[in-house]
Structures are given as structure tokens and as C-alpha cells.
Design a protein around this ligand. Structure first.
Ligand code: GDG
Length: 475
């Protein structure tokens, strides 16, 4: 087997070791270590000029080479803040109202993808297997093929894929869709996303199914499937147990004074439904006057993408909502919402999940949502909390022990919060156990291995396992 080449917008910094790194970075690093390989992506730094961005920085750690490229200010504005985060992100999260389709950004996106392809093509060996991550780099395979690259190339989309009527609102939808046909395997989080994508391809006449999960377009044949991403379940559970000794977690316990705790953890993003969630909690307080002073809701929301105007606006809105609710309901010794607008250490986070009676995960749309999975992994076997989960998170396809809600429906979300806080122990245990067992079996390393196995399986050999497994061929 050749080397594994991972390409993603960002490459994890060298200091990202176990406790602080997310499960995905650790799993990809483990796969790279096993096979030997290369991780290529943006360094996070801005190059002063185009000539400077040609200077590739290479770092070798064991059998992994990290290849870091700087991007110019213009590249970042057009490719990253522009097309990726102001066109693709809202579009693929069904938010046409927030999408900005700008011609200059679009050409910047394709230009930076061509640049990445040029950098990668120069380093490739014939039997390398390439795995491209996420929406920033969709045209990469087409750019590589244009440079004569014939290696296996897989793509995994971490975010949702909408139905054709939503996707085709983007002026360049066909051009982008066409580039997908250069991959050998296109992976989505859940079967609904894969199904939407197939419908887009078929609607545009860009692919037809030849056998289950295998599609044909022009000269090429490729697979499409669903590969729900997992977490490092047992590691995370162990961190959560250890975190019971954490000083910050102790401070939290003391400050709660036996109140019940609800937790929400989300990057500051409109897809996460944070404002709607606060309103549902407000409705819960209104509907349950006896709960006043007896429940605390902790919302941890690190800032993200502040350079995109919609995010700055949303940050203001959420802070206002939290302030208004606290102003209306607080007492001298109680604040209903504790809103934290910065990053908390991963170990502390695990301890806080474990402490919480309810994990409130209510995105309006989400590829998977790892917070839902981390919340389950962190629970105490003897006394687990309840996951209240949006039916529009990919995780809802798997976590059938969660209390599922429609985040647009405040009244029923408020009811679900009340039901979760009052749920008896035996029901909590039985709901939690099924979810935990599943997360243990389909952890992030398994996700990684399965994707790569399917990518390497010749097209005439069946690649997907039994129906019980989460990996599904699209049709
Ligand atoms: C994309 C897709 C898909 C959050 N706050 C803190 C913190 N976090 C960590 C969580 C979790 C991660 O960030 C967030 O993961 P999500 O899955 O919830 O969301 P996205 O960032 O939008 O990720 C998503 C994912 O890709 C993977 O495929 O599930 O649908 O949108 O791990 O714990 N971590 C620390 N402090 C914080 O304050 N340490």
C-alpha cells in the first residue's frame, strides 16, 4: 500500500497532542502514522506576496510529513472567508438567505484549489492514496486530474448536502458539481446527504447509477456513500472521569448549589441554533415557574469566523438574548443562563458534560455534531444525563436514545427540556446505554479505516458491509 495523503484547509499545529486535539485530527494522524504519509494544508499564516506563498514549509515527524502553505490576504478573503464561508457554508446548510454569491470569490476559490493541486502534484508518488477533507477543497481532484494525476482520490464532506432546488440556487452549481466526478469515492455524513447529492447529479445529467453506490459520469466511475463520523469514545469517557478532579469542575459543582445543569457547547455559528435554543429555554422557564432558581443553563460558545459579517451580527444577537433573559428572570442568588464566549480546555469540557443533567444540542442543520456524541461518551454509567438533540443534526440518524426535537418549535423544545430534567433514572440508563455501545463500536478510527478501505476496494467488488453497519452506499 502506498502513502496516505490527507489534504485539508487547516493542518493541526505540532503542539496539538492528545488532551487538546479533537478526535478527527488524532484519528487522521493515527492513519497517517500507520501507513506513512503527508498532510497538506494552509499553515494559518498569511503570505506577504504571491511569491512568498510559493514557499512551502515542511515538517517531518516520524513517518508523517506536514506540508504547510501560506496564503495571501487576497486568497484568504476570496477562497476562505468569501466562497467557502459566505457561499458554500450557508448554501450547504440550507441558508440561502445568508449566502453571498460573488464572482471574484468564486474565481479565488478555484484559483486556490488549483494552487493546492500544483503543490501536491509535485510531491506525489504513483501509489499514494489521497483523501481530501471538506467543502474548502471540492475542486481539488479535478485540478489534480487536469495535471495527469491518476492516483485514487477520496473526498469527505463534513457538513450537510441540500436537495437540488437549494443547491441549484448557486450560480455556479453545475461547474462545482462536475468537479466531484473526478473523485473515486465521495463520502457524506448520513444517507440523507448522500441521497440529496445523488439527486443533484442526476438532475444535472452528471451521473447515473451503474450498481448500488457506484455511479458513472463521462469516462469515470466512482462511489458515493454515507460514512457517519465518530469520536474517540473510550478516550473521551476516560478524560471525563479524570476531569472529576479538575479544579474548574469543582468550582462549577460548588456554584451550582445542587441545581440541575443544562449544557450547550457550540462554535458561534448560525447553523447551531443558539439563539432559538435560548428562546426555548426561556419558554421552559415561563412554562415551569417552579423551576426558577433550580436550573442553570451553561452555554459555551467560542467565537468563530469573526471576519465574516454575519457572524459578528449573530454574536451581538445571542449576547442580547442571553442578557435579556437573565435580566428578566435572574434573582439575587441565581442567573438562569451562564454564557461563556471563549474556548474551554477539552478536559474541562469533558468534566462539564459529565456534570450536566441535560445536553442541549439543537442545531438548525448540522453535518453530524460531535458535541452530541461527546456528551453521551462523558456520562456517568450509574447516573447518565439526557441528550436533547435536534432532528436536523446528522447525529440524530444514529443516536436513537436521545430526545429528538424540532429546534424551530420552541414550545415542544421547551417541553423536551422539562421532560429530560424530570426523566427517571432507569429510563436515562436504558436510553444512554444503547447510544454509548454504538459510539464505542463506531469510533473515529473505525470511520477513518472504513472510508479508506472502501476507497481502496476495486469498483467491481462490493465494498459496503451489512445493513446494521452505519456505512451505506448511496442510491
Ligand atoms: C464540522 C461540522 C461535524 C467546541 N467548543 C469548544 C470545543 N469545541 C469542540 C467540540 C467538538 C467540536 O469543537 C465541534 O464539533 P461539531 O461537530 O459540533 O461542529 P463543527 O465545528 O461545526 O464541525 C459538524 C464535524 O465537522 C465533524 O465532521 O460533526 O457537523 O459542522 O469536538 O468539543 N472544544 C474545546 N473547547 C471549547 O470551548 N476544547
Amino acid at each position: 500500500m502506498g502513502r496516505l495523503i490527507v489534504v485539508s484547509n487547516r493542518v493541526p499545529p505540532p503542539e496539538d497532542k492528545r488532551a487538546s486535539a479533537g478526535g478527527l485530527a488524532v484519528a487522521l494522524q493515527a492513519a497517517l502514522r500507520e501507513q506513512g504519509g503527508l498532510w497538506l494544508g494552509w499553515s494559518g499564516d498569511t503570505a506577504a506576496s504571491e511569491a512568498d506563498s510559493e514557499q512551502i514549509r515542511t515538517r517531518v515527524e516520524g513517518n508523517i510529513t506536514y506540508s504547510l502553505v501560506d496564503l495571501t490576504k487576497r486568497d484568504l478573503e476570496e477562497y476562505y472567508s468569501g466562497f467557502a464561508n459566505r457561499a458554500l457554508w450557508p448554501l450547504l446548510h440550507y441558508r440561502l438567505d445568508l449566502a453571498d454569491f460573488d464572482r471574484r470569490d468564486t474565481s479565488g476559490y478555484f484559483r486556490v484549489n488549483a494552487f493546492f493541486a500544483r503543490v501536491l502534484a509535485a510531491q506525489l508518488e504513483p501509489d499514494d492514496v489521497i483523501w481530501v477533507q471538506d467543502y474548502h477543497l471540492i475542486p481539488l481532484a479535478a485540478e489534480l486530474r487536469a495535471r495527469g494525476v491518476t492516483n485514487k482520490i477520496g473526498f469527505f464532506l463534513h457538513i450537510p448536502w441540500p436537495p437540488p432546488d437549494v443547491f441549484s440556487a448557486m450560480p455556479w452549481h453545475r461547474r462545482l458539481l462536475e468537479t466531484f466526478t473526478s473523485y473515486d469515492l465521495i463520502g457524506f455524513q448520513i444517507d440523507y446527504d448522500a441521497e440529496n447529492f445523488v439527486n443533484c447529479l442526476v438532475r444535472e445529467g452528471l451521473g447515473r447509477e451503474t450498481s448500488r453506490g457506484t455511479f458513472h459520469a463521462g469516462e469515470r466511475e466512482f462511489r458515493i456513500g454515507a460514512f457517519p463520523i465518530g469520536i474517540d469514545t473510550e478516550e473521551f469517557a476516560a478524560i471525563a472521569i479524570e476531569a472529576e478532579q479538575n479544579a474548574l469542575v469543582h468550582r462549577m459543582v460548588a456554584s451550582l448549589e445542587n441545581r440541575q445543569l443544562i449544557i450547550g457547547v457550540d462554535r458561534l455559528d448560525y447553523s447551531k441554533g443558539i439563539d432559538q435554543r435560548m428562546l426555548a429555554y426561556e419558554r421552559y422557564l415561563e412554562n415551569n415557574p417552579s423551576s426558577l432558581g433550580k436550573v442553570s443553563y451553561l452555554q459555551i460558545t467560542p467565537k468563530s469566523r469573526s471576519e465574516v459579517p454575519e457572524y459578528a451580527e449573530m454574536q451581538r444577537e445571542i449576547a442580547e438574548t442571553a442578557g435579556r433573559i437573565n435580566g428578566a428572570f435572574s434573582d439575587l442568588d441565581w442567573t438562569p443562563i451562564r454564557y461563556i464566549n471563549r474556548t474551554i480546555r477539552r478536559t474541562t469540557l469533558a468534566g462539564l458534560y459529565r456534570l450536566s443533567d441535560v445536553g442541549l444540542v439543537t442545531p438548525l442543520r448540522d453535518g453530524m455534531n460531535l458535541v452530541a456524541k461527546e456528551y453521551v461518551a462523558a456520562q456517568n454509567v450509574e447516573d447518565p444525563g439526557v441528550l436533547v438533540l435536534s432532528r436536523f443534526a446528522g447525529a440524530a440518524r444514529e443516536l436513537d436514545g436521545a430526545v429528538l426535537v424540532n429546534p424551530y418549535d420552541m414550545e415542544s423544545t421547551a417541553g423536551a427540556i422539562a421532560g429530560a430534567l424530570a426523566m427517571p433514572l432507569d429510563e436515562r440508563v436504558s436510553r444512554w446505554k444503547g447510544m454509548y455501545d454504538r459510539l464505542k463500536r463506531y469510533h473515529v478510527n473505525k470511520w477513518c479505516d472504513t472510508f479508506l478501505e472502501v476507497l481502496e476496494t476495486p469498483l467491481n467488488v462490493p465494498a459496503f458491509g451489512s445493513q446494521e453497519e452505519p456505512w451505506r452506499a448511496a442510491s
